[in-house]
Write a protein that binds this ligand. Structure first.
Ligand code: ASP
Length: 303
C-alpha cells in the first residue's frame, strides 16, 4: 500500500523584516512546488529534497548558492548535505567556492562515492569529474552582499554577529515518498563575515541535517556553532525514535538549543508516518509544507 507523500521546506529563521517576507514566502513555495512535482509522480524523497533545495540555492533571497553571505575575505564558501533515510547514505560538501548548486555535488557523492564528505578543492574536483560544471566565485556574489559585508566590516559597526536579528537564510527540505522513505537536505553560505575555512552545522551529519527511516528526517537553520555542539538534528530524531511526535520534538529541540547553549534557529522535522514539526526560537522562520490534503506556507509560528 503506497504512502501519501509529504514535503516540508524552510528558508531560514531570523527576524526577517516585513519587506523581505514576500520574497521568503514565494521562495519556499517555489521550492515546495519543485519538490512536490517529484513526489507526485512517484519519485523518491531523495530526489524531491534535492530539487526543492536547488530552487532555493538559485533564489538570491536565501543564503545558499548565488547570493550567499560573503566570508571575511569577500568570497562565497558553501556547505551542503543530503541524506537518504532508507539506506543512511549521505553526501556532504564543505567550503566549496565554485559550485552554483552544492546540493547537486552532495547528491553525486551520496550516489557515486564510497565516501560521505568532501571539502574545498577536492569536493570541486569530485563534482567536475562527475559532470557538474564549475563556476567562478564572482558568479555567486551579488551587490547586496558586497554592501552587507562592507557595512559589517565598517569600523563603527557594533552588531553582534550572532544576534537573532542577523539573518540566517540557510535552506532545507525533508520529504516522505510513496514508498515510505524519508530524506533530508540542507544548503548554506554559512554566517556573514565567517573566517575562511569555517564550516557550519548545515553540512554535518546529525547537526544541520539528518535522515533515518527508523526515526525522522530533519533540517535545521540558525547559528551553527551551538547547533553542532548539540548534534541537534540527531538529538531531535532520537526523540522521535523514543516515541515522541515531530511537533513536540521540534519545539523541544528549540528549547534545548536556547537553554543549553543559548543558541537560536529553526528546525523542520518529518517522521515516516507523515507527521511534521516546524519550530523556531527566532522571531520568524520561512516554512512551507504540503500533503495530499493540505498546503501551507508562513513566516510566523506554525500552530
Ligand atoms: N546554520 C548556518 C551556519 O551556521 C547558518 C544559517 O542557518 O543561516 O552555517
Amino acid at each position: 500500500m503506497p504512502t501519501d507523500p509529504v514535503l516540508v521546506v524552510h528558508g531560514g529563521a531570523w527576524a526577517m523584516p516585513d519587506d523581505m517576507v514576500e520574497a521568503h514566502i514565494r521562495g519556499v513555495q517555489n521550492a515546495m512546488a519543485a519538490g512536490w512535482r517529484v513526489l507526485d509522480r512517484g519519485g523518491s524523497a531523495l530526489d524531491a529534497v534535492e530539487e526543492a533545495v536547488v530552487i532555493m540555492e538559485d533564489d538570491e533571497t536565501f543564503d545558499a548558492g548565488r547570493g550567499s553571505f560573503l566570508n571575511r575575505d569577500g568570497k562565497v564558501q558553501l556547505d551542503a548535505l543530503i541524506m537518504d533515510g532508507a539506506t543512511l547514505r549521505a553526501g556532504g560538501v564543505g567550503c566549496v567556492e565554485h559550485l552554483r548548486n552544492p546540493v547537486r555535488a552532495a547528491r553525486k557523492i551520496l550516489s557515486e562515492s564510497p565516501h560521505v564528505y568532501f571539502v574545498g578543492e577536492g569536493a570541486e574536483r569530485f563534482a567536475a569529474e562527475h559532470g557538474i560544471s564549475l563556476c567562478q566565485n564572482e558568479d555567486l556574489i551579488i551587490p547586496r552582499e558586497i554592501e552587507r559585508l562592507r557595512q559589517y566590516q565598517a569600523p563603527q559597526h557594533g552588531d553582534d554577529l550572532f544576534a537573532p536579528t542577523i539573518s540566517h537564510d540557510t535552506v532545507g527540505a525533508v520529504a516522505l515518498d510513496r514508498d515510505g522513505n524519508i530524506a533530508a537536505a540542507t544548503s548554506t553560505g554559512g554566517t556573514l563575515n565567517k573566517a575562511p575555512g569555517r564550516l557550519g552545522d548545515s553540512s554535518l551529519i546529525g547537526c544541520g541535517c539528518y535522515a533515518n527511516n527508523e526515526s525522522a528526517a530533519v533540517s535545521t537553520t540558525g547559528w551553527g556553532e551551538p547547533i553542532m555542539k548539540l548534534v541537534l538534528a540527531k538529538w531531535t530524531a532520537d526523540r522521535i525514535a523514543a516515541g515522541n511526535l515531530p511537533e513536540w520534538s521540534a519545539q523541544e529541540a528549540m528549547n534545548y538549543l536556547k537553554q543549553r547553549v543559548n543558541g537560536h534557529g529553526g528546525i523542520i522535522v518529518l517522521d515516516p508516518s507523515g507527521h511534521i514539526g516546524i519550530a523556531h526560537n527566532t522571531p520568524r522562520m520561512a516554512w512551507a509544507y504540503k500533503t495530499v490534503q493540505k498546503e501551507e506556507a508562513g513566516i510566523e509560528r506554525k500552530d
